[in-house]
Ligand binder design. Structure first.
Ligand code: 5GP
Ligand code: MG
Length: 170
């Protein structure tokens, strides 16, 4: 059977925002980088709420993922754009859902192609477990504890309101 669980994604976002606000409070030169595509609009929203729109970047890791060939991903390639100086910057890397950690690993690689950051922090709206690399979020909206195979569906309506549904096969 499949179990479905609905989350208040707006509440998760607000919780994430407050964690990030507190975590970056002492960082004068923070920058935000979203991972296409789910992390991109999340990063954009965080940058708006934190007044960091001038230090907002985007990364597409489709070609950098180590399992690119294996998964046969159909990359809907969007440009990687980093418009700030990465050297010495504290960068908040943002993704919507954290799973194996391979996307995060690839995104860190991309950032290092641009320079040497002072620090990289990781934010995700949802952590679904299943890590295959030593990656952990610094800021997270919700950590799911489901045992079976799961799929997290994250959506935005026309007004930008978030919704999150988790389906679990058990
Ligand atoms: P990872 O690379 O950590 O295995 O997977 C994370 C990436 O895949 C993120 O960019 C995320 O958007 C996507 N992803 C992985 N699992 C899910 C999921 O259950 N739901 C959604 N919406 N995205 C996922
Ligand atoms: Mg993604």
């Amino acid at each position: 059977p499949t179990t479905k669980q609905d989350f208040d994604a707006e509440a998760l976002y607000r919780a994430l925002l407050e964690q990030v606000r507190a975590g970056l409070a002492d960082v004068p030169d923070a920058a935000i980088v979203g991972i296409h595509s789910g992390g991109a609009w999340l990063a954009e929203r965080l940058a708006g709420d934190l007044d960091l729109k001038s230090r907002l970047g985007f990364i597409d890791v489709s070609f950098y993922r180590d399992d690119y060939a294996k998964k046969g991903l159909h990359p809907d390639v969007k440009p990687t754009h980093i418009g700030f100086n990465v050297d010495g910057a504290t960068i908040l890397l943002v993704d919507d859902v954290l799973y194996t950690g391979r996307t995060t690993r690839a995104a860190i690689n991309v950032l290092f192609d641009y320079g040497r950051p002072a620090c990289i922090k990781l934010a995700a709206l949802a952590d679904r477990g299943g890590r295959e690399l030593p990656v952990a979020p610094d800021f997270v909206g919700v950590t799911t504890t489901l045992e079976g195979a799961q799929l997290l569906s994250l959506a935005r309506d026309a007004s930008g309101q978030l919704s999150l549904t988790i389906e679990e096969d058990n």
